[in-house]
Design a binder for this molecule. Structure first.
Ligand SMILES: *Cc1c(COP(=O)(O)O)cnc(C)c1O
Length: 380
């Protein structure tokens, strides 16, 4: 079956190609000058003091854990209803992921459930802004203050999303972004740490580049001979200038991208409202969704299973995806953490569907998605 309406599609024009060609022909492929421009652009867009680009959000989260001193035996509370990349870096550090349940309305961590999981070994919470909807940060920051925990935000999906009128990335000290093609803007692969702490930013820059005390950019712009030192174990988690050139052009379009996504999502909300058995996404008053994903849920009384809905949609050439995985049910984490039960996470993992949503989607495509869905969930 050929897919006529994909789930997601990056929003490119000729500018990305021109910018990449410009980097290549200038000979500045690895020195980090364009990376620094891209970092400055994202930091000023969200209102963060500093930004450090990385090769992915996964590597950004890993660095955030290293920067927070998380190591062997430390417990890190994390949602299970998220992409597996939120939890894997905890295991890289030989620390222990402790899964907490979510709020079924927002699909984000529930502060009450998080508090139940805090022990004397708890060092950090990784807060995910799932599908581009901000978690209730005030409640989670208050809890972290009370128990002296580090808060790392996985904002992979949350560029442009807001909490109480402020953009994600402007609040807190370690916010990680992704520029994978499925996210709001893309560099192919890529990530970033946003921070308001200049010491953390400097340390992150050193750690992402093998632990070298002097970066390539500093050496190339110094005008004198510099010798670097390696004080700590570092990584090669750099973004390249070629990727950053693409990111800068994507960043120019971000307001247009967000406006198109929000317009389409609100239209879905209207169109889906009268289909019984379907719960559209929820937007609490404290948050402005960016609709990185449009996630709807099938209710228990829906006469057809989620698998049937997805298969029948695909027969009509419409791509869908399960809303989100539950990490604790994957074999690797079952072996690591044993069998645990998170009722709301499991319910969300089993009953949510992502519908196609991308900036160049037309209202005709959207009408077709909704009409097919209406027909299928009626049992047709
Ligand atoms: C996409 C995603 C990641 C991983 O991002 P990469 O840049 O691919 O490493 C992590 N967490 C969440 C919530 C994501 O959606």
């Amino acid at each position: 079956m050929t897919v006529r309406i994909p789930l997601a599609l990056p929003y490119f024009d000729a500018s990305e190609q021109e910018a990449i060609a410009g980097v290549i022909t200038s000979g500045w492929v690895t020195q980090g000058r364009v990376v620094a421009d891209f970092e400055g652009g994202v930091a000023s867009y969200v209102g963060a003091a500093s930004a450090v680009a990385t090769s992915s959000c996964t590597t950004a989260i890993h660095l955030a854990l290293v920067l927070s001193g998380i190591g062997e035996g430390d417990e890190v509370i994390v949602p299970s209803l998220t992409y597996i990349a939120t939890a894997n870096p905890i295991v890289y550090q030989k620390a222990v992921p402790v899964f907490a349940d979510i709020d079924l309305l927002t699909y984000n961590l529930d502060a009450v459930k998080v508090e139940e999981k805090i022990t004397t070994r708890t060092k950090a919470i990784i807060v995910v802004h799932q599908f581009g909807l901000s978690a209730d940060l005030d409640a989670l920051f208050a809890l972290a203050d009370q128990y002296h925990l580090v808060v790392i935000q996985d904002g992979a999906c949350a560029l442009g999303a807001e909490y109480k009128g402020r953009k994600i990335g402007s609040m807190g000290d370690l916010v990680c972004l992704s520029f994978h093609p499925r996210k709001i803007i893309t560099t192919g692969e890529g990530g970033m740490i946003l921070t308001n702490n200049p010491v953390l930013a400097d340390k992150a820059r050193v750690l992402r580049s093998h632990g070298a005390s002097i970066s390539d950019l500093e050496r190339h712009t110094a005008g004198c001979v510099l010798f670097e030192k390696y004080e700590e174990l570092g990584y090669n988690y750099r973004l390249t200038d070629v990727q950053a050139a693409m990111g800068l052009m994507q960043l120019r379009k971000i307001d247009d991208i967000l406006c198109k996504r929000r317009t389409l999502a609100r239209r879905y909300n209207e169109l889906l409202r009268d289909i019984p058995g379907i719960t559209p996404p929820y937007e609490p008053t404290y948050a402005t969704h960016n609709y990185q994903s449009y996630c709807e849920r099938l209710s228990e009384d829906c006469p057809v299973s989620r698998t049937t809905v997805m298969e029948k949609m695909l027969e009509f050439g419409i791509a869908t995806r399960p809303g989100c995985m539950a990490i604790h049910q994957e074999p690797f984490y079952r072996r690591l953490a044993g069998r645990i039960h998170l009722p709301l996470t499991e319910k969300a993992a089993d009953s949510t569907i992502l519908l196609p949503l991308f900036p160049s989607m037309t209202s005709e495509m959207q009408d077709e998605v909704v009409e097919r869905l209406r027909h299928i969930v009626r049992g047709g």
